[in-house]
Design a protein. Structure first.
Length: 97
């Protein structure tokens, strides 16, 4: 069967960007040491307001956000977050924004 071939690439499922970001922040909150930093690129439209609209997590603080215009309509933002306290089980149920 095809799925046993060495060059087989399994089919993937759709993974919404909001879920990707929530998982990224949750894993980072668990794995980073207090004071550790996470940096990632966030695609957005040019109306995005950086730190004010960046996804949040209770254990992480957004310390910087800088845009890189890609076109007249789109930009990507470099977002830097710092872990400010140890992860708690209640954080896993907290809503990221």
């Amino acid at each position: 069967p095809d799925d046993c071939r060495a060059d087989h690439v399994p089919a993937t499922k759709p993974y919404p960007v909001a879920d990707v970001l929530a998982d990224l922040l949750e894993i980072s909150a668990r794995a980073l040491r207090v004071g550790g930093r996470l940096a990632y690129l966030l695609p957005a439209t040019n109306g995005f307001r950086g730190i004010d609209e960046a996804p949040r997590h209770p254990a992480l603080e957004c310390v910087a956000a800088a845009p890189q215009p890609i076109s007249a309509k789109y930009a990507r933002w470099l977002v830097v977050m710092r872990k400010v306290r140890p992860w708690a089980a209640a954080d896993a149920t907290a809503e990221t924004r």
